[in-house]
Design a protein around this ligand. Structure first.
Ligand SMILES: Nc1nc2c(ncn2[C@@H]2O[C@H](COP(=O)(O)OP(=O)(O)OP(=O)(O)O)[C@@H](O)[C@H]2O)c(=O)[nH]1
Ligand SMILES: [Mg+2]
Length: 325
C-alpha cells in the first residue's frame, strides 16, 4: 500500500468507517506489512475500550451471551465490536463461524461491528492477530469489544487472554466437572459464568467452582466472582456486566508497572519481534527454498530441528542477505 493509501485508511478507521475497519482487519489477517504501519499510527488513539474475552466448552452459550451483553451495552448507548475467533478451523475462513455467531438482530445496528476470524496467516499467531484487531477496534472508538473463542485448547486460552477481562463459561449438568476442565482454562477466568442456569445442577456446579476458587489464590489477590446467567432470556446479564465493570475498576487501579501489565507488554513485544524476524526471513533471497529444503531434512531425520532453525535465523539476520521490503 502506498503511504497515502494507508494514511487514508487510518483516517477512515479513526472515523469508525466499518468498511475501512474490515479492510484493516483483512490486512492484519494477511500479515500485510501495511497493517503494521496503520496500527503504529492508530496506537496513540487506543487504550480506551473495554475488551472482554468469552471462552467455554462448545455449546455452552458463548455466542448467546455475547449477543445478550451486546444488547445490554447498546441500551447504554455504547458501541460494541464483536470478534469471533476459531483457531480450530484455519481452512473455512470463518464462513462456518459466521453462521455460528447468529447475530442477525445486531447486524443492521450501526453501533455494532461483527467480524469472525479463522485465518492463521503465514506468520502464525492467531492470538497476535486478535490483539492487532483489538487495537484497531479500540482506536476506531468502540467502547466495548467482545471476543468469543471457539474450539478448545491452548490457542483458545491465548486468544481469550488478549482481552482485558476473561469470562469462563460453565454449564450445569454437562458432566464436565470443574476438576476435569482443560488445564489453563480455569486459570484464566477473571469471572466465572454459570450459563444455562435454568437447567438442573446449578448448585452442584457452583459449589464445585467455589471449592476450586477457594483453593486457587491469584497472585494479584483478585477473587473471581461466580455469576449465574440464562443468556437466552437475558437473566443475569446485568450482574455479569456489573462483575465485568468491577474487574475493570480493579485493573484500572493497578500501577502501570504491575507484574501482570509488564508480563502482557513483554509477551506482546516478543510476539511482534518473532513476527518481524519471520518477515525478514521470508524476504531474504532464497529463503522459501531454504525453508522447504530444511523442512524436508528435518522430516527425514537427516537434520535436527534445532540446527535447522539456527540456519534459518542466520539467513534472516545474516549479513547482506536480506532484501529490504
Ligand atoms: N436453556 C438455555 N439454553 C441456552 C442458554 N444460553 C444459550 N442457550 C442455547 O444453547 C445453544 C448453544 O448456544 P451458543 O450460544 O450457540 O453456544 P456457543 O458456546 O456459542 O457454541 P459454539 O460457538 O458452537 O461453541 C443454543 O441453542 C442456545 O439457544 C441458556 O442460558 N439456557
Ligand atoms: Mg458460538
Amino acid at each position: 500500500l502506498a503511504a497515502n493509501v494507508s494514511d487514508n485508511l487510518v483516517e477512515r478507521v479513526l472515523a469508525r468507517d466499518f468498511r475501512a475497519v474490515a479492510r484493516l482487519i483483512t490486512l492484519i489477517e494477511n500479515d500485510d506489512p501495511a497493517a503494521i504501519s496503520c496500527l503504529r499510527r492508530l496506537y496513540p488513539h487506543s487504550g480506551r475500550c473495554l475488551s472482554v474475552g468469552i471462552t467455554g466448552a462448545p455449546g455452552s452459550g458463548k455466542s448467546t451471551l455475547v449477543e445478550a451483553l451486546a444488547g445490554y451495552y447498546r441500551l447504554q448507548e455504547k458501541t460494541v465490536g464483536i470478534i469471533a475467533v476459531d483457531p480450530s478451523s484455519p481452512f473455512t475462513g470463518g464462513a462456518i463461524l459466521g453462521d455460528r455467531i447468529r447475530m442477525q438482530a445486531r447486524s443492521t445496528d450501526p453501533g455494532v461491528f461483527i467480524r469472525s476470524m479463522a485465518n492463521r496467516g503465514q506468520l502464525g499467531g492467531l492470538a497476535r492477530a486478535t490483539n492487532d484487531v483489538l487495537l484497531a477496534l479500540d482506536a476506531a472508538g468502540f467502547d466495548i469489544v467482545l471476543i468469543e473463542t471457539v474450539g478448545v485448547g491452548q490457542d483458545e486460552v491465548e486468544i481469550a487472554r488478549t482481552a482485558a477481562v476473561t469470562l469462563v463459561l460453565v454449564v450445569p449438568g454437562m458432566g464436565d466437572d470443574i476438576q476435569a476442565m482443560k488445564a489453563g482454562v480455569m486459570e484464566i477466568g477473571d469471572i466465572f459464568v454459570i450459563n444455562k442456569a435454568d437447567r438442573p445442577g446449578v448448585d452442584k456446579v457452583e459449589s464445585e467452582l467455589e471449592a476450586y476458587l477457594a483453593l486457587n489464590h491469584r497472585p494479584d489477590r483478585w477473587r473471581a466472582p461466580v455469576v449465574r446467567t440464562v443468556a437466552s432470556s437475558g437473566e443475569g446479564v446485568e450482574e455479569c456486566a456489573r462483575a465485568i465493570a468491577e474487574y475493570e475498576a480493579f485493573l484500572r487501579q493497578l500501577p502501570p508497572h504491575d507484574d501482570r501489565k509488564l508480563q502482557i507488554a513483554r509477551d506482546r513485544l516478543l510476539e511482534l519481534t518473532q513476527m518481524q524476524l519471520l518477515r525478514q526471513l521470508l524476504a531474504a533471497s532464497g529463503a522459501a527454498g531454504a525453508i522447504d529444503e530444511l523442512a524436508a531434512k528435518v522430516a527425514g531425520r537427516e537434520l535436527d530441528p534445532f540446527s535447522a532453525a539456527e540456519q534459518l535465523v542466520q539467513l534472516a539476520c545474516g549479513s547482506g542477505k536480506t532484501v529490504k521490503e
